[in-house]
Ligand binder design. Structure first.
Ligand code: PRX
Length: 649
């Protein structure tokens, strides 16, 4: 890693914007000057320009009780109205909002007028089921238009959505339903993935099978046409119910700080955190960044963000940012390789996608398959490329630029998190000379710093911890139900500065390179996973006595989950090492979801621990990455590493 870091710091390639792009660019260099002259005034201007306020705000930021920020807090708005009705009222009702592409090839284009009409009905349906402002609704859907419709309908009536990624297990779904105390679950019979229907309803049934919940109804969208079990009185078909409700719905205004959604993300302990976002500030920054970072010309661009709605990228850059800006976008249900490995490029050709936003892990998978696959399609419509979720290595960056972007489309590498709500660090296309592998510069109005452990600024050429040093509009407002954890996780380390949990370096130009997490959080294919959460799933299995999980470098997925387990004395002869590994891998997938399935499970007799009993994951990581083992002097028993290695060889 340190070798790579040194190389990064000597990156000399620069790609200045071409004059043609700059001439038409949405982002103007003055944004930086305006924001640094008057940061709050800048955000107030953005909020007024990009958002429709039912009642205008007069206060921009209240930071009198840090870390609990309030932005635009005496203003009122309706987030869904901002994403829908106002575009229709402005005469853009016939513009396509979503070009939805199903995996098997069925498709549906939905205009803003149609989307507005569908959301109005869905809002009435939710109300008829007793959902009121402030109530929580869990959404567990595949990538189908109803996912967007459901989120906007919940927002429209001032309820709070908690979208749970469709790949999560019944257990994960249940813990999220419980934590947020959801009253309603919206799901589907199934969705298309990798050439077949993957059922979703059974996980909801299993999640609700035992114990008390406040879930009164399960609304089921018909998509997969697969058979489902039915609980009379609880389960309702979406299409049947929606046909019976009123088409008219007037959006009511809510306070700017009214909760919009909770989204669970992995932290350093076993229990996922419910990150809370509110309305006015979130929408302002989602819209501002979407417009400026992606150079959005809503009348002509076709934008495609490949993220699932179950992640923050899907929330901010598939739902709220693009729809607030009146963009036309593509939404794709399935996997990139179904039914053939050129599926994504075929979609770009079909819809003439001009702005494309995806993750490095996808780019690296395509690199492996070879450039001849994308080269078989017409990608000339692409004029801007984005990257998100993990550091993009310079090699992948160059491939993205050359093979996908035809050597001309600027690349924006966007750093942000579930907690930040919207992009924080990125080049601005048409302004910034881009640099392969670096996320580069904070956006206008965003204050970023890289600090050493004691809170001092690191100089150019040095590494440290990434912080956000001033509150920002789309910042998380807390962890659902756990203000203390909110304080401890993000704010205790550096006082009133937000500690992101990422390592970063400033290069010789003062530009930012993200170096990955500094805590026990892994990043697998751009998805956040907690070592502690996977460890607790492993020890919940009757075979396991102890477990330690590390994120090991992986060529395609960035990091991969590697587990070291000690088997209970009584179970040692229960199965072969290979069988145990297979059983435990499957067990983790079942407990958490397939994304958490370990790449490898090593059965060992000992784990390296310090005298105070803390597992030294660093040493296990050395083994997992095939490196020479580092300093073992703080181990309680230095011979342990030898024992582990002997066992593995
Ligand atoms: O480590 C950083 C990495 O992803 C983490 C946030 O994960 P999540 O909340 O799931 O949100 C992902 C999508 C915004 C960060 O702490 N990360 C995200 N974007 C980048 C990144 N690392 C390097 N470069 C990026 N562009």
């Amino acid at each position: 890693m340190s070798n790579t870091i040194d190389n990064l710091l000597h990156e000399t390639r620069r790609f200045p914007p071409n004059s043609e792009f700059t001439a038409q660019a949405i982002a103007k260099p003055e944004l930086y000057a305006e924001a640094s002259a008057n940061r709050l005034g800048f955000w107030a201007d953005q909020a007024r320009e990009l958002v429709h306020w039912h009642k205008p705000f007069t206060r921009t930021l209240d930071w009198t009780n840090p870390p609990f920020a309030k932005w635009f807090d005496d203003g009122e708005l309706n987030v869904a109205y901002n994403c829908l009705d106002r575009h229709v009222l402005a005469g853009n009702g016939n513009r396509v909002a979503l070009h939805w592409e199903g995996e098997p090839g069925d498709s549906r284009s939905i205009t803003y007028a149609e989307l507005t009409a569908e959301v109005k009905r869905a809002a009435n349906l939710l109300t008829s089921l007793g959902i009121r402002a402030g109530d929580r609704v869990a959404i567990y859907l595949p990538m189908i238009p109803e996912a967007v419709i459901a989120m906007l309908a919940v927002a429209r009536i001032g309820a709070v959505h908690s979208v749970v990624f469709g790949g999560f297990s019944a257990e994960s779904l249940r813990s999220r339903i419980d934590d947020a105390d959801a009253k309603l679950v919206i799901t589907a019979d199934g969705g298309w993935r990798k050439g077949k229907v993957s059922p979703l309803k059974p996980a909801v049934d299993a999640a609700l099978a035992t114990g008390e919940t406040n879930v009164g109804h399960v609304l089921v969208v018909k998509r997969g046409d697969n058979p489902v079990e039915w609980t009379e009185g609880r389960d309702l078909w979406w299409h049947e119910e929606i046909a019976q409700v009123d088409a008219d719905h007037t959006a009511k205004a809510f306070d700017a700080e009214h909760p919009l959604f909770i989204l669970y993300t992995s932290g350093t302990t076993g229990k996922p955190k419910g990150i809370l976002h509110t309305s006015g500030g979130y929408l302002t920054q989602a819209a501002f960044t979407h417009k400026n970072v992606f150079d959005l010309h809503p009348e002509t661009d076709v934008y495609w963000c490949t993220a699932d709605v179950g992640w923050i990228t899907g929330h901010s850059y598939l739902v709220y940012g693009p729809l607030a800006n009146g963009a036309t976008q593509v939404m794709y249900e399935g996997t990139p390789d179904a039914p053939h490995p050129g599926r994504w490029w075929e979609i770009i050709e079909k819809y003439k996608v001009s702005i494309f936003y995806t993750a490095p892990t996808a780019i690296r998978s395509f690199m492996k398959l070879g450039r001849q696959i994308p080269q078989g399609f017409d990608l000339s419509s692409l004029r801007l490329l984005g990257s998100v979720g993990e550091p993009i290595n310079p090699e992948a960056w160059m491939w993205y630029r050359e093979v996908i972007g035809g050597n001309t489309a600027p690349i924006v590498d966007t750093w942000w998190q579930t907690e930040t709500g919207a992009i924080m660090i990125s080049a601005l296309p048409g302004i910034t000379a881009t640099k392969p592998g670096s996320a580069q510069v904070p956006l206008p109005g965003i204050s970023i710093d890289v600090l050493d452990e004691s809170g001092g600024h690191v100089g150019h050429g040095n590494g440290g911890l990434l912080v956000v040093s001033e509150p920002w509009p789309s910042m998380l407002r807390g962890i659902w139900g756990d203000p203390q954890r909110f304080q401890e996780t993000y704010w205790d380390k550096f006082g009133d500065k937000y500690f992101a949990g990422d390592g970063a370096r400033l290069d010789e130009d003062g530009e930012i390179w993200l170096l990955g997490r500094v805590d026990d959080v892994m990043n697998v294919s751009g998805h956040r996973l907690s070592t502690a959460e996977i460890e607790s799933a492993l020890v919940a299995h009757p075979l396991t006595a102890e477990a330690a999980v590390v994120g090991a470098a992986d060529e395609t997925t960035g990091q991969a989950v590697v587990a070291f387990v000690i088997i209970k004395e009584s179970q040692r002869d229960a199965a072969s090492r290979d069988d145990i590994a297979a059983i435990l891998r499957a067990h983790v997938a079942e407990q958490i979801g397939a994304i958490a399935r370990p790449r490898q499970v090593f059965v060992v007799n000992e784990l390296p621990k310090t005298r105070s009993g803390k597992i030294m994951r660093r040493l296990l990581q050395d083994i997992a990455e095939g490196r020479e083992i580092g300093d073992t002097t703080t181990l309680a028993d230095a011979s342990v590493m030898q024992i582990i290695q002997d066992k593995l060889n």
